[in-house]
Write a protein that binds this ligand. Sequence first.
Ligand code: SF4
Length: 363
Amino acid sequence: MTKTHIAVRQDSRRHVRALIGWFDQFARTLPWRAPPGTPADPYRVWLSEIMLQQTTVAAVTPYFQEFLKRWPDINALAAAPLDDVLVAWQGLGYYARARNLVKCAKVVARDHGGVFPRDAQALLQLPGIGPYTAAAIAAIAFGRPEAVVDGNVERVIARLYAVEAPLPAAKPELRRLAAALTPGKRPGDYAQAMMDLGATICTPRNPKCAICPVADGCRARARGDPETYPRRDRRANKPVRRGTAWFTVNEKGEILLRRRPEKGLLGGMMEVPGSPWREGGSLEPALPEGVGPWRVVAAPVAHVFTHFRLELTVAWTRVRAKEGEKLAPEGVWAAPARLADYALPSVMKKVCAAGLKAVEGDG
Ligand code: SF4
């Protein structure tokens, strides 16, 4: 156990107590929230979290209220014509989110009797729900002790523990610290308190340490340079592209690979099929129709190229070979033990390692 981890154990109770006490007094009033101390409606948490991806609270609020008026629960939304939802979504952007919203509502209505599953792993299986949203719903609506970690929470944690490793390499460490801090009691209120702290007090610039509930134990504040955390790799100024890798195994345990186009980045090398890599894209999984069901690996794969950084969500599925080939008609099936025989770039080796670990973990 590292010094930092020992410190986390010692500090975490104090931090959590202070944060929840502060939340009880100063929680932001948001239309999707329940009062502190009471579990929230999973439908509201889910709808708000999907809307809030890449959009501000102020922009989302009127849309959220309108959606709730028209479709007050998951069954109502499941029954809504897609076009009506797309029209109501106009102005929020990233329409894939609206399409996934309806898909997810239909799956919950059809396969789960209109009731959201309660744990993060089951939530992750639903269309459009990635690791962050799954953890947020499980913690806030169902009181599960899931670490809810986004950029705001990473910043707060990096400051609380003065984490010197730069982003993005520090991400696993920040996630570990976040998980160690997450309390068994009132994890949803704790998660929302962290969100509020990051949004209103521990802001990227000029953090308001003088009124911060965890100022006493904050190492970055003690050092006098909180704004310099999280540390950033100089290379991290590069733009970030995001996409989803579809890690597909057949009945023999072989992995589907395809060749990249000859021209362009990693030209002619092999890859795990996946969605396009888009700048400003989301880490929420983009999954193909007609193949699946997909399960999502919690930690995305990160890789730095010369001109951009790449973050790939890894989703995996087991299918019959014929079905998998729909993803890559020219693809090949590679035995895990023979992967070294294929021209896989480093990023794809990372994807295969993450995918294989998930498949093996599933038995
Ligand atoms: S004391 Fe300052 S830097 Fe530390 S968590 Fe609070 S606002 Fe952030």
